[in-house]
Design a binder for this molecule. Sequence first.
Ligand SMILES: Cc1ncc(COP(=O)(O)O)c(C=O)c1O
Length: 447
Amino acid sequence: MKNVNNLKKADKEIAFWLEKETKRQIEGLEMIPSENYVSDVVMEAMGSILTNKYSEGFPKKRYYGGNDNIDEIEIIAQKRAKKLFGVEHVNVQPYSGSPANLAVYLATCKPGDTIMGLDLTDGGHLTHGWKVSATGIFYKSIMYHVDHKTGKIDFEELEKLVREHKPKLIWVGATAYVYEFPFEKLARIADISDAYLAADIAHVAGLVIAGAHISPAKYAHIITTTTHKTLRGPRGAMIMVTKKGLKKDPELADKVDRAVFPGLQGGPHDHTTAAIAVALLEASKPSFKKYGRQIKTNAKTLVKQLMKEGLKLVGNTTENHLLLVDLTPFFGPGGGFFAQYALDTAGITVNKNTIPGEPSSPFYPSGIRLGTPALTTRGMKEMEMKKIGHWIYQSLIAVREYKLPDKKEDRKKYLENFRNKVHKNSKLLAIKKEVKKFASKFPIFAW
Ligand SMILES: Cc1ncc(COP(=O)(O)O)c(C=O)c1O
């Protein structure tokens, strides 16, 4: 466990919760597909004195003095990202994935312009134009969908919508999509309205580098990614401009930079920039290729095991690091909450998630989303996935009798009662004990 002795002396309260969270991460199985464990050296860069510095602007063009060292660090991060992703320009300053995506709107559209993204309940991200997000408020967003039977993008509908609405910007990428992103097809469709195609590879960036997912570099004009998911870096993001993007708009790189600063942000988080650079170096090693491929193999093994146990999965497959379990045969509509809570009690962290054609709502969705990046970082392989798949099924069985009440006013009490009972459920607590013993064999700084 990371030592927080100094913090303990200075701030007992925070140190207490920090230690508890460390214990939770070590003893449990982290299966939220957007999470991972960074290396101790990435953390060292994150926790460094670079957090003290202000450096508004870009390398060699800063508004503050004392930035010679920071310039070098940011240039290294840019160079590493350009090489790894095969792109012409990289901005490593976005604070996280959402502001990175907002910067893309600012660089390519005027308020009120038409944009398109995958519907949130079909797996798209909030920032791809969902109605409650700034991106759906300030832009006219048209949502495309997946085929509700297969969970695959409905290309017929997408093409029809593009011809009808002539969007200026189209997003490809998602937060809960089990297939490989069809970048080439989307590029052809974007050409119909001469739209910018932005590939948001937040989830699959690490797989792209590992060669376990097709790269969008040839097809998209702009690529955005978070740096903390499969890429296994600190919380942050990058915006990349491809050769194709510069061909469409020679000023695109400048537009992206200006959108980030001064358009949206002030000083970059230099400690994050350094940690991104360290993570990119790690991602350039042959061992990262192995890691990326193992994530996918593990996800496929988990799909097989869960199906063998009798669960229904969206598409009954995965082509990346995540899988979506359709729980409607189990709990009826809206059962994701029961599953998430039961698994939490058993020491397995997942998130409730909508399924294509969601019969309930995003807050009470009917599925759960599982992923293998963090477990794979700990060194787990196919054999471990089989075991975990079995525990997942057993945990769901333990709460099978619950159903979300139809009437909204009945839900609060019902869920409270459910929680009170389930966190003492002996079957779940027995699984938790096994999980703890099992997890202790796989350190969180495994590689
Ligand atoms: C596809 C996609 N894009 C963007 C984001 C936003 O990233 P952040 O949470 O860092 O703002 C996420 C986060 O889950 C995501 O899945």
